[in-house]
Write a protein that binds this ligand. Structure first.
Ligand code: HEC
Ligand SMILES: [Cu+2]
Length: 337
């Protein structure tokens, strides 16, 4: 008995948690606070259908309450008149929902088509899903990067997306809805932010062990800052030849097996796609490992020492690096601006 009550109480606690989670004010994945035209058109559609549903809810529950109160059984009250089948009523309550659905269908279909249309002056960016990080390519500029998607704020971007392995799903709640990343098939999504700002992305489809750590950031920049960013990303990394700690790190990178998976343009470019994030401008990114970690020394130390401890199942192996090798690597990675 006691166990039963405890069990119930425990569940209530979780229900309570669900409700108070709505109270936090720093919610970067909040899908109810759009910050761009695409997300806003979804939001408007949502609120329209929401309020229609609220009105229907109140009317139906009201009618239910009224009939429960009006017709409830009382001592000595005769049984009320039994009715069954009323063609007129049945037609009415079939036609009304049909009209409501037809009414909602108009803005719904229009929004769906608006969201799918390719904007005219859009910048094309490719998004490739990997277990468990997002890769970004800018075909017009010859840039490959990861985790942080940088977009201009003065014009829309058109994402052309696919997956390298399993189903993933690209979702930046403040900028647009979700869209699948499918192996061997392209899907498209438009993004446009009102202002220069930072947004959060999340893989929206369970894709294996570290799915919850498959996140991302989207940074929208003014035209000028965006062009500066492009210019910087187009530069190769310099080959370090001095005797510095960073140069030592470079030789660890070249000799410890990292090159099997990672590319650093100008230092180690190989033909063909690699299965890991391009590190040419690693230090210019604020987050790494699928945006699961802030880019700082402590997190990098933990990552290089044992990646799977942070992201279970990750394809980056534990290379049994020594502390000295890790320190040198971190110094080197810090130069890749
Ligand atoms: C067998 C392939 C493989 C090897 C070898 C490898 N990595 Fe990785 N590395 C990956 C993968 C895959 C990821 C992405 C993991 C994720 O985010 O889930 C990654 C992520 C990283 C990241 C984070 C990059 C980012 O932007 O998210 C760094 C830094 C890194 N590796 C450094 C190294 C170094 C240094 C070495 C050599 C000591 C190395 N890696 C060896 C596959 C590899
Ligand atoms: Cu995923």
């Amino acid at each position: 008995m006691l166990m039963k009550i405890f069990f119930k109480f425990k569940n209530l606690k979780y229900l309570f948690l669900v409700f108070i989670s709505a109270c936090i004010d720093n919610a970067p994945l909040d899908s109810l606070s759009p910050e761009g035209p695409y997300a806003r058109s979804i939001d408007e559609l949502f609120w329209l259908t929401f309020w229609i549903a609220v009105i229907i809810f109140v009317l139906v529950q009201g009618a239910l309450l009224v009939s429960v109160l009006l017709f409830r059984d009382k001592p000595n009250k005769p049984e009320p008149k039994q009715v069954h089948g009323n063609t007129k009523l049945e037609i009415i309550w079939t036609v009304i929902p049909v009209l409501i659905l037809a009414f909602i269908a108009v803005p719904t279909v229009r929004t769906i088509f608006d969201l799918a249309r390719e904007p005219e002056d859009a910048l094309k960016i490719e998004v490739i899903g990997h277990q468990w990080w997002f890769e970004y390519k800018y075909p017009d500029y010859g840039i490959t990067t990861a985790n942080v998607l940088v977009i201009p704020s003065d014009r829309p971007v058109r994402l052309e997306m696919w997956s390298n392995d399993v189903l993933h799903n690209y979702w930046v709640p403040k900028l647009n809805g979700k869209r699948y990343l499918v192996p061997g098939q392209k899907t498209y999504l438009n993004l446009h932010a009102d202002n220069p700002d930072e947004f959060w992305a999340q893989c929206g489809e369970y894709c294996g062990l570290s799915h919850s750590k498959m996140r991302g950031r989207v940074i929208s920049l003014s035209e000028n800052d965006f062009n500066l960013w492009i210019n910087n990303e187009q530069q190769n990394a310099l080959k370090l030849e001095d005797g510095s700690l960073a140069a030592e790190g470079q030789s660890v990178f070249l000799n410890a097996g990292c090159t099997q998976c990672h590319v650093i343009n100008g230092v180690w470019d190989t033909q063909g796609d690699r299965i890991a994030p391009n590190l040419t401008h690693f230090a210019a990114r604020t987050v790494f490992a699928g945006a699961a970690l802030e880019n700082n020394k402590e997190n990098l130390t933990n990552w290089l020492a044992n990646p799977a401890k942070i992201k279970p199942g990750t394809f980056m192996p534990n290379l049994e690096l020594t502390e000295a090798e890790i320190n040198a690597l971190i110094a080197y990675l810090g130069t890749l601006k």
